[in-house]
Design a protein around this ligand. Sequence first.
Ligand code: NAD
Ligand code: LMR
Length: 342
Amino acid sequence: VHHNAQKPAVVVTLTGAAGQIGYATLFRIASGAMLGANTRIRLNLLEIPQALGALEGTAMELTDCSFDLLDGVNIFSDPRRAFEGCDVALLVGAKPRSKGMERADLLEANGAIFSEQGRALNEGASSDVRVTVVGNPANTNALITASHAPDIPLERFTALTRLDHNRAVAQLAKATGVHPRDIEGVAIWGNHSASQFPSLEHATIAGRAALEVLAEKNLGEQWLSKEFIPRVANRGAEIIQVRGGSSVGSAANAALEHVNLWNTSNSVKGPQITSMAVPSTGEYGVEEGLICSFPVTCGGGEYRVQEGLKLSEAGRRRFEKSVEELRQEKAAVESLGLLGNR
Ligand code: NAD
Ligand code: LMR
């Protein structure tokens, strides 16, 4: 089989490649689950020096798969080399939180990683690079990265909220007894944190307004504010509690879907509304440059924030609270000296 023989391989740089999410992601990337069955891939894997041994083993395993689409695997501990020629960057390498922590508690420990990687992207990434930040706190780490890469268009920097999106779909499906595939229009607004607003206000179930279907089951505002929203917003903490470590398989899956929906014109799941944290250009009154989750439509390397959606009074308030938290995180990293001068 010839996979676009004349097209050069896409360079995918994955950081934290020897970590848990890295391991759950790599083999699926190499099998085509992220960029499609016709796109050849070169993997540039970045780790800290202590993890290069384990990463070498993973690279051997990748070789042992004889993947049709995989043109090469390189491992690095120098970000400047790992991001040279990078087309798709997945920034996963960062410390995960443990029980009792909020994601923002990681800002100081993780922030510096993203300053350095932003500079490396700026120096060496390919002109069409697309960046997805997974390492927490993801929105603000994406802000830090972008601030150090002034030569790359700001809209190329995104953070993952597809995991929250999928969690919201799953909880709605469970409450209404439908399959997730019948649900559309769910959206995550704000930060990938406990303050996020997972909205069902524009969601549909098999074409019917989700709020109407819920009302028939006597699930109204009370259920939204006491059950649904806290369940979704605190699901990361619930997983840590039950599993004894932060989510891995579901996070890897969401990251692949995020990149897939954004960067392929023929996404595995077809055109749909998803949630992505992207640099605000002032949509819904959010201050420019904050990396905020919105409902978006995307494909072919572009995305568009869905504009003109009306949120309820309560929804608006929830969203604004989460945006306020993003502002505070920005101020915090600014005072830690972690922001560059884009
Ligand atoms: P992990 O500890 O298993 O792996 C992290 C890896 O990153 C480690 O191998 C570590 O050596 C590496 N690393 C650390 N500093 C690095 C650097 N400067 N350059 C390159 N690599 C570096 O953790 P994990 O479970 O894979 O989680 C990774 C991150 O993803 C955490 O911050 C976690 O909170 C976050 N996360 C985000 C979401 C989301 O939805 N946005 C979901 C789950 C997890
Ligand atoms: C998640 O949402 O599962 C991740 O962000 C990990 C965490 O710390 O909750």
